[in-house]
Structures are given as structure tokens and as C-alpha cells.
Write a protein that binds this ligand. Structure first.
Ligand SMILES: NC(=O)c1ccc[n+]([C@@H]2O[C@H](COP(=O)([O-])OP(=O)(O)OC[C@H]3O[C@@H](n4cnc5c(N)ncnc54)[C@H](OP(=O)(O)O)[C@@H]3O)[C@@H](O)[C@H]2O)c1
Length: 221
């Protein structure tokens, strides 16, 4: 059992989520970002990778009007527990819970510092890419009771979910700009395979949101 997983991407026309230096604010416009807040509010939990948490210092709350009755659980995949106890996530635990999924071999002192800041820490086994994703998803659907998970990147986390064939829907916001090949790819490398094995999605809708395009897809299995 795993949660229903929606992967959200905010990209340039050429599928980049940040400049080579990691700058990503903002690729899409205010209207698209407002839709993302509504999507966040419709999920039990929001998940990002450690690099996104460190580069962007995001809050990851659902800022809708009116505000949601409860904030989704905010999750960071962070095998080494690099998230700072003074990060925006840690400083806003009063708004809603934050969970860091680290590896079993992560420094206990880092776990203690996060827990002292009010951040929950859970540990699963380590893999070459970070934490073991099936184990992390089992923890989320079991102990944490997450049924609908909203994954907001970055590219390495997106690739891990796709490699596991654990992306059920895509919310793809595409801005009318080009970042070029040195920009960070929306999806990092996937295991090599024939074209026929590439994951395919069925488009459910396309909508203009301000200057951007919002494409919604579901996995074809
Ligand atoms: N435009 C957008 O929509 C958008 C959205 C998000 C991010 N971004 C941008 O994307 C950039 C960061 O993306 P990124 O691809 O470099 O990093 P990322 O996917 O955010 O984070 C990758 C890191 O997460 C940790 N991790 C733990 N378990 C993992 C697993 N099973 N699979 C994958 N990662 C795991 C690893 O660090 P440890 O080894 O330390 O655990 C890994 O290095 C930033 O510049 C950010 O601004 C843009």
C-alpha cells in the first residue's frame, strides 16, 4: 500500500525547473502559484527533496483564501538530516506538522536538534539515492496516515518516484520561457531503457493560467 502520488512541476518550455545556479523563483506566474496552493490544500501531505529544502528554504504551507482547516503534513526526504532547525519549515511548525524522513545511519545529534525545534524525524533504510523510497512510502501510508501525497520536486526526487512507477498524476505548469540545457532538469536521469518502456501519461486537461499553461495528466497503466 502506498499513497496516491501527484507530481507537480513548474517548468520552462524546455522542461527546466531552475537555472544552473539553482534559481527557481519564480518561473511561473502568480495565477499558477495560486493554483498550486489550492492543490496543496487538497492533499494530506506535501513532499520535497533535501536539495530543494536547502536551496529554496520553502514554507510549503497551503496559502489559500480562506485558509484550509488543517495544513497538509510537510515532508522532506533528507537521508543525512541536513535540514536546519532554523529553516523556514522548522520555524513554522506552529502552522502545521513537519516530518523529516532520514536514514537509519543519520547523525542522532541532528535528529535531536530537529526534534527540539518541533520537527518529527522518522528513519528508514538508506539507498544510493538517499532514503529507501518504498520504505518511506510505507511509513507515510501506515504510521503517518497519508492517502494523497503531493510531490513538489526537485528533479532527483521526481526521478526516484518515476523510477518506482509511483507517480499516478502530473500537475505540470509550463511557463513561456526557455532556460536551456544548463538549467536543472524537471526530472533527473531515469534508468536506461527502450522508448516503449518510458512511462506514459494520458492528458486530462489543458488550461491557460495567466501567461502559463496548466496541463493535467494521469498515469496510463
Ligand atoms: N520549479 C519547480 O517546480 C521546482 C520545484 C522544486 C525544486 N526546484 C529546484 O530544484 C533544485 C533542487 O532539485 P534537485 O534535483 O537538485 O534536488 P531534490 O530532488 O530537491 O533533492 C534531492 C536530494 O534529496 C535527498 N533524497 C533522499 N532520499 C531520496 C530519494 N529516494 N530520491 C531522491 N532524492 C532523495 C538526497 O539528499 P541526501 O542524500 O542528503 O538525502 C538528494 O540529493 C533547486 O534548485 C530548486 O530550486 C524547482
Amino acid at each position: 500500500m502506498r499513497p496516491f502520488v501527484t507530481l507537480k512541476l513548474a517548468t520552462s518550455l524546455d522542461g527546466r525547473i531552475a537555472t544552473a545556479a539553482g534559481e527557481s523563483r519564480w518561473i511561473t506566474g502568480a495565477a499558477a502559484r495560486a493554483e498550486v496552493h489550492r492543490l496543496r490544500a487538497a492533499h494530506d501531505a506535501i513532499l520535497v527533496g533535501a536539495e530543494t529544502a536547502l536551496a529554496d528554504d520553502p514554507e510549503l504551507t497551503a496559502r489559500t483564501d480562506p485558509a484550509p482547516a488543517t495544513q497538509p503534513l510537510r515532508i522532506v526526504l533528507d537521508s543525512r538530516l541536513r535540514l536546519s532547525p532554523t529553516s523556514r519549515l522548522a520555524r513554522t511548525v506552529g502552522l502545521g506538522p513537519v516530518l523529516v524522513l532520514g536514514a537509519t545511519d543519520a547523525d542522532p545529534a541532528r535528529a535531536a536538534a530537529l526534534e527540539a525545534a518541533g520537527v518529527a524525524v522518522a528513519r528508514v533504510s538508506r539507498t544510493p539515492h538517499g532514503v529507501d523510497l518504498p520504505a518511506a512510502l510505507a511509513h507515510l501510508s501506515g504510521t503517518a496516515g497519508v492517502r494523497r501525497l503531493f510531490v513538489e520536486g526537485g528533479g532527483h526526487v521526481a526521478a526516484s518516484f518515476l523510477t518506482l512507477d509511483a507517480v499516478d498524476a502530473l500537475e505540470w505548469f509550463r511557463a513561456p520561457m526557455v532556460l536551456g540545457g544548463a538549467g536543472r532538469p524537471a526530472i533527473a536521469a531515469l534508468p536506461e531503457g527502450p522508448l516503449a518502456a518510458a512511462p506514459r501519461f494520458a492528458r486530462r486537461s489543458v488550461e491557460a493560467v495567466g501567461p502559463d499553461l496548466w496541463e493535467r495528466y494521469e498515469r496510463e497503466r
